[in-house]
Design a protein around this ligand. Sequence first.
Ligand code: GLN
Length: 213
Amino acid sequence: MMGRQGKLKIGVLAIQGDFAEHIAALNRLGIESREVRLPDHLEGMDGLIIPGGESTTLSRLMDLYHLREPIAGMAREGKAVWGTCAGMIMLAREITEDDPVPMGLMDIGVHRNAYGRQVDSFEQDLEIAGIGPEPFHGIFIRAPKIIRVGEDIEVLASIPSGEPVAVRQGSLLATSFHPELTADTRFHEQFLRIASLTAGEMDSRRGGGPEQP
Ligand code: GLN
């Protein structure tokens, strides 16, 4: 990856779930990443990926390590944050279940495990806005369903039944599926474009301006 994106530092929440696959995808793109396990690890990061896994465990560990507030703060500052699957559940405004308590950062409503149990996991080729015309192979594992989208939500991809499975709200991204489980890095590149845009905007607000070549 060239230019500014090559200098981005991306944190990957590494307390539970398939964080290693996200780190591997970022490595393939030549991006420096950091495993985030404590609030200090967020220092200097231009973006954060919250991986898939099990959202009640994820939520509990986020509280145990006092990560909830710093992550929410990072998103409110305008930095890029992307949640896949369980990560998406944590970003939602509301979920249909009592557990976990989501962070409420994106104006979406989510229903956990709505596509069925493990045996009902499925794969679906998707057309995703902004990553080119080639279909993207979506892998859904006990995936959460987006059942409500707010006005500021941009739907990037839907499955044939019409349900959205990839959404964006400013610098925040959420996917019901797992791009990190495919060799296709186009969705990670999309996230990096958003992260580099927001990092650039923050630099110029600080008076730093774009970096010289
Ligand atoms: N079913 C999980 C949950 O509700 C999410 C599944 C995943 O992240 N692959 O937390």
